[in-house]
Design a binder for this molecule. Structure first.
Ligand code: FEO
Length: 414
């Protein structure tokens, strides 16, 4: 018998811890993760991520809001212990059950067996299913209140943001709200507040917040729109907004990002996303000419190409697709089928952002695949669809009438 050959990479170096006050009586315990390259084992994040747990002091001890990623529970217990918090934690609030926050629950409960655990009614079942939890669980109702140690906490249900049992926890007396993944962002920041960044640093974080939003919450964008009034109301009543990832926000910054969510979901832009795959340059030449022509017509054009020398991050393509008014896709046939990378990326764009109107430029040598392309785009429930075939020689010398056809197609939606 021989041992399995395991080519997967485990955890290891690349983590650090930041503990800081975000408001008198409230501290963030941040696990800064520069090691993870693929969040949810799916999204490329060279920028890293943080997992933010929070500790709220009461007259009778401490409340712990969320935790760290599975595998880091021991480290969180150690940090809470070092600071004299662990032995006085009375309640654990579970804003949602994804294991990047709930994964430390087994170690926390093992260190504090009598802890009262609160969450959405569905979280009780998930606690059993994920961790075999059999302790004291208190389900919280939408609008429900916990009075504890001189503080009043209100819980709001936020279904499908982005799990069914997501809740938002508002510590009314302190003016602090914990909105779970909503208003979070990527980035292995050791800074605590967005207000600590300015200029390009701030712009970069807004981009990372958009990328996180598109990747993680995008599929449930309609639920986000429905929840916006509730979210705006609770943020308006708070001074500090403390999400499960990324930087802590002041009220004004949080309201600004909520407005951006709405703008992105409603595709309030003149952006056309050009997405191409090219093996030998014919399709790239067509896509480049069309992108230039659309730019000259006043469209904001963003181009991503999969070629023999570049491969964009799908996490970033999806982020750019989130608010694009339309997609121009140019791809060659591959073994007489739609190019596999394009098929994959379109599928994930449609799943996460919905599929806007799409012009598909299909370049082929052996045979037309217009029917296949139409069928694929139909299955993805794209808005208006136009599919055009080109021989490689025609694609690389794409003519003015064809350029006009593409521009007119996108102008229809402008
Ligand atoms: Fe950050 Fe959905 O967990």
């Amino acid at each position: 018998m021989s041992a399995p050959i395991d080519r997967s990479a485990g955890g290891g170096e690349g983590y650090s811890i930041v503990v800081e006050e975000v408001k008198p009586g409230v501290q963030v315990y941040k696990l800064v993760d520069s090691k993870t390259r693929f969040f949810e084992s799916l999204w490329e994040i060279p920028e890293g991520i943080t997992y933010n747990a929070y500790v709220v002091e009461t007259n009778s001890g401490f409340l712990l809001v969320d935790g760290w990623k599975r595998g880091f529970g021991g480290l969180l217990v150690e940090e809470l212990g070092k600071r004299g918090v662990l032995s006085r934690v009375t309640h654990l609030i579970v804003n949602h059950m994804e294991p990047d926050h709930s994964g430390s629950i087994p170690e926390i409960l093992s260190a504090r067996p009598g802890l009262k655990v609160l969450g959405h009614p569905l979280a009780g079942r998930l606690l059993r299913d994920f961790y075999g939890f059999a302790g004291e669980f208190k389900p919280v109702q939408d609008g429900g209140v916990l009075e504890e140690g001189g503080l009043r906490l209100r819980f709001l249900h936020a279904p499908w943001l982005h799990w069914p049992e997501t809740i938002v926890t508002h510590v009314e007396d302190l003016g602090v709200v914990f909105p779970c993944d909503v208003l979070g962002g990527y980035g292995a920041y050791r800074e605590v507040f967005l207000r600590q960044l300015s200029g390009e640093g701030r712009e970069r974080y807004i981009k990372l917040a958009k990328k996180y939003f598109a990747n993680v919450l995008g599929h449930y964008r309609d639920f986000l729109l429905k929840s916006l009034p509730k979210l705006r109301e609770v943020v308006s009543k708070s001074d500090v907004v403390a999400p499960g990832h990324g930087l802590v926000l002041d009220r004004g910054d949080a309201l600004e990002i909520l407005s951006l969510y709405e703008k992105w979901i409603k595709r309030e832009s003149r952006k056309i996303l050009v997405l191409y795959a090219s093996m030998y340059g014919f399709t790239r030449e067509a896509a480049t000419r069309l992108a230039k022509a659309m730019g000259e017509q006043g469209f904001e054009v963003v181009v991503y190409g999969f070629s023999d020398y570049e491969r964009p991050l799908v996490s970033e393509v999806v982020s750019e697709a989130m608010d694009a008014r339309g997609l121009l896709v140019a791809a060659p046939a591959y073994e007489n089928e739609i190019y596999p990378t394009i098929r994959y990326v379109l599928d994930i764009i449609a799943h996460k952002t919905g599929c806007p109107r799409i012009f598909f430029l299909h370049v082929y040598g052996w045979g037309s695949r217009v029917v296949d392309a139409r069928s694929m785009l139909g299955e993805l429930k794209c808005g208006a669809i136009e599919v055009v075939d080109f021989k490689p020689s025609a694609a690389s010398t794409i003519a003015d009438p064809q350029i006009k056809r593409v521009i007119d197609f996108f102008k229809e939606a402008a």
